[in-house]
Design a protein around this ligand. Sequence first.
Ligand SMILES: [Zn+2]
Length: 308
Amino acid sequence: MPVTVRRHAVELAGRDVPVVEITGSADGPKLTVIAGVHGCEYTSMAGVRKWAGTLGSGDLRGSVLAVPVLNLAAFEARSPFVIPADGKNLNRCFPGDPAGSVTERLAAAAFAKLIVGADAVIDAHCGDLPEALEPFAIYDAGPVEDQALGLALAYGLPYVIRQEPGPDRAVAGTTSTAAAQAGIPAIVAEAGGCGIVEADKVEMHVRGLNGVLAHLGMVPPGAAQAAAPPEPTRLNRFIWLRSEHDGWWEPTVAVGESVAAGQLIGTVTSLDGAVVRERVHAPAAGVPMFITSSPATQAGGLLLGLGA
Ligand SMILES: [Zn+2]
């Protein structure tokens, strides 16, 4: 039986979403790979598009369902974070609500048709339109966390964050959280940002996805990856900092840089530059995983995500 590649569309909440379905030459795991949960995360979309295009030519065991751009409404509108029609963030809505608003319906359909039934799920992201980002993978605590950690390590990004339920938790309702709750190992893998297609980060996603194929035994040993990725830095807390005031945000640190507890990490000033409205200090020692690259901030606006 040869490897077959089928390009078609899956109907999700009233939209035909293009998918690439690759069926291997022998039975094996079912892997779902999604990009474009957020509409302007082009590097991760480019990575999944490129990687999916390579899968027809080699040997494959099991099957892959690849979705290069899931959130068509946000992609078409070039809308970061949310679908404009209801203002909701798709990656806070999983497992979704089939009777809810458009974003909740899309989450429900994507969860039912793409995630349920998979043996492993990779949700590829990057920083959104106004976000610089240090590459990392995130997985959720729970009964299948060892398998999820295996996926995260196989992806080979420099940082791996374990997310636990509780008051420290930065986000809920993500693909990986909902999958974990359904007993499906999943990760969110982030590389790239700022609304551009970064070639070296595209390759990080391609290498990461090949690493996952090798980890799951879906390709012959040695076919996908020359060497094991270096051991990542493991982090257990993800602290998201928000501004108290509106104004002009200017970070004083860069993504991937070590910061000390209490260190000044940025300021929010008045638009005329005359008044410092806020000095933002690191609440703990850590590494900025993402930083809002846009100076425009509002009260309550997200500034920075600190891995600690
Ligand atoms: Zn994202």
